[in-house]
Every structure is written in structure tokens, then in C-alpha cells.
Write a protein that binds this ligand. Structure first.
Ligand SMILES: C[S@@+](CC[C@H](N)C(=O)[O-])C[C@H]1O[C@@H](n2cnc3c(N)ncnc32)[C@H](O)[C@@H]1O
Length: 312
């Protein structure tokens, strides 16, 4: 999922920091097919692509190829142990900083978007690509009365069910995991108006661009009025990086922005993850709304003012 070119490093969480493609940030519009991005990228064997279209044509250009893409993506995770280390590519220890940063972000979002949270508001979340239920168990279940989990790998979902069973949980009876959907994002349509928050962490890279867009279009209808998405994902420093092994794409901020545009989504806020090992891809959280944000505060992540900037 977090894959870097495997000729550079063996662990799938590692970043291709030293092997990023040069990119051209121009985005030009095309009439029928939406938008073509003039962003070059590379794959984990170091092969260069002129633009995403060139890469997607090869990877998902016909129905057989697309089927292989998704079969291989899920197939990769089917061979992974259902543990914290498994879903975090051997970096189980990033769980704590990950959850802490997510929680701070969620609190900021609640303050701005759900000022009445906790007071008579029954909140419902969906954890997409939930793996073993790590994000739900450590974060979402404390903030939401109901959490649904969606995960295509059955042994992960089974582990999630165990991890979130009442006897393994410390939270109160009115905070519980409710539905466990064993299905991939590209085939999922949420119940209309069920969710306050749809959380998508470290799984959207498995979706081809067209499925990315159609997933969000369907998922928008799954939000309650005023609900929002949180997308937490690895970021390519430029362009894109295709992982040939697990069939996932690490996109750059420019690439994400173009896709959000196509989905009709607005960036309400965003925040960068801190405290991860340097060799990992940078990680960014986006809060996405369907309406234009009233507060267009942070179009770029805020730098913490009491800390010196790090020159890399
Ligand atoms: C790096 S793990 C992250 C798991 C979890 N979000 C977490 O942060 O602990 C990636 C997850 O994406 C799931 N995944 C792979 N392909 C997917 C797809 N097409 N739709 C939804 N999830 C997918 C994998 O099975 C795996 O559980």
C-alpha cells in the first residue's frame, strides 16, 4: 500500500524519497474523458510513465486488466498476517503517533463542523479499508456511537470483529461496531444519509482513478447533511509512484487535488502527520466536504509555530 520502488527498498512502507520523478504540474482539461494530468511518475521497478493515463492504460486498460489489478491488490493483503505489524507493513510502532495525530485532527474538525458533538448527537462513522479494525478500535469507537467497517480481506475483517467484540472493548455500550462489510471500495454503495464521517485511511491507493471518483460520488450520498470525509494517505513528493507488488498508487498532493475536483469535493482542512520514521512516505490527512467550506482557513498545512523548521 505504501509501496516504494522495491528495487530501492524491500519494505512496502518505505518511501521513494530519493527516486521521485520530475513532474510538470500543468493540468489540462479534455472534453470527454474529464481531465488529463501532465504529471509523470514511476513504478517500483524504476520505470517512468509520461502521465497517469499511460500508466492506467497498461494497468487497467481493459476489463481483464482491471480485474487483475483488483485481484492482485486484495491478493497481496490476503497473504499478510492479521496483526498491527501486518497492516502497517512491519511498522506497528507508528500506530501511536498515527492515532494521536488523527485524534487531534478529528477534534479540530469536530470543533468546526460538529460543535454539538457529544451533546445528544448520535454519530455514525464508516471505516473504509479497515484492515483489522485498528483505526476504529483506537480512535473512531470513542467518538462515534456506531462504526461500520468495510474491508475486502476476510481474515482481516474477522480479526476486526474479534478486536471489536464487546468483551474486548472498554468503551460504553452506546459506542459499538455495528456492520462488517466484506467488500472492496469500488463495489460499495453506502446506505443513503447514514454517516457523519467516512474515514478512508491507507487504502484509496488501491483504486484506479475512475473508481476513486465513482466511489466518492456514491459515498457522498452516504453522508448526513454536514457530514464529511477524512482521507489519510501516503503522499508522493511529486507525480505518482506505482507499486507493482500490491497494486497501489501513491499520489502527490496535486494529483489528489485534481481527483477531489472531479469528485466535486472541497478541502475543508488538512494536516500532515508528524513523528514517523524518515524513510516512510510523508502522510497527509484531508477533511473533505461536499459543500464549499465556510472557513477556508488552511489551504496549506499549518507549521507549528513553536518548532523550528527542518531543512531537508
Ligand atoms: C495498509 S492497510 C490499512 C488498514 C487500515 N486502514 C489501517 O490503517 O490500519 C490497507 C488495507 O486496504 C485494504 N484494501 C485493499 N484493497 C482494497 C480495496 N479495493 N477496497 C478497500 N480496501 C482495500 C487491505 O485489505 C488492507 O486492509
Amino acid at each position: 500500500m505504501f509501496a516504494a520502488p522495491s528495487n530501492l527498498c524491500a519494505n512496502p512502507l518505505l518511501s521513494a524519497a530519493t527516486n521521485q520523478p520530475n513532474i510538470n504540474y500543468r493540468v489540462r482539461t479534455r472534453s470527454n474523458t474529464g481531465t488529463q494530468m501532465d504529471i509523470s511518475g514511476l513504478d517500483s521497478n524504476g520505470r517512468q510513465f509520461k502521465n497517469p493515463d499511460e500508466m492506467w492504460r497498461e494497468e487497467v486498460g481493459d476489463s481483464q486488466k482491471k480485474n487483475n489489478w483488483y485481484t492482485n491488490g486484495v491478493g497481496y493483503w490476503q497473504g499478510v498476517e492479521a496483526s498491527m505489524d501486518g497492516v502497517l507493513g512491519g511498522y506497528g510502532h507508528v500506530n501511536e503517533p498515527d492515532i494521536n495525530t488523527s485524534e487531534a485532527f478529528l477534534n479540530t474538525l469536530f470543533a468546526g463542523l460538529f460543535p454539538n458533538a457529544g451533546r445528544d448527537q448520535h454519530l455514525v462513522a464508516l471505516d473504509c479499508g479497515s484492515g483489522i479494525g485498528r483505526v476504529t478500535k483506537n480512535l473512531l469507537i470513542r467518538y462515534f456511537n456506531e462504526v461500520d467497517l468495510l474491508e475486502p480481506v476476510s481474515h482481516f475483517l474477522e480479526a476486526a470483529r474479534q478486536n471489536l467484540s464487546p468483551e474486548n472493548m472498554l468503551v460504553s455500550a452506546d459506542h459499538k461496531a455495528v456492520n462488517f462489510y466484506c467488500t472492496p471500495l469500488q463495489e460499495f454503495t453506502p446506505d443513503a444519509g447514514r454517516y457523519d464521517v467516512i474515514w478512508i485511511q491507507w487504502c484509496i491507493g488501491h483504486l484506479a482513478d475512475d473508481d476513486f471518483v465513482s466511489f466518492f460520488e456514491r459515498a457522498k450520498a452516504g453522508l448526513k447533511p454536514g457530514g464529511f470525509f477524512v482521507l489519510k494517505e501516503n503522499l508522493a513528493r511529486s507525480g505518482f509512484v506505482l507499486d507493482n507488488e500490491d497494486k497501489s498508487l501513491t499520489r502527490s498532493h496535486v494529483y489528489f487535488k485534481e481527483l477531489f475536483n472531479r469528485c466535486g469535493l472541497h478541502i475543508y482542512d488538512m494536516k500532515d502527520q508528524k513523528g514517523f520514521p524518515d524513510e516512510l512516505f510523508p502522510v497527509r490527512m484531508y477533511a473533505l466536504t461536499t459543500e464549499l467550506p465556510k472557513r477556508v482557513g488552511s489551504s496549506r498545512p499549518k507549521r507549528q509555530s513553536n518548532r523550528p523548521a527542518v531543512i531537508k
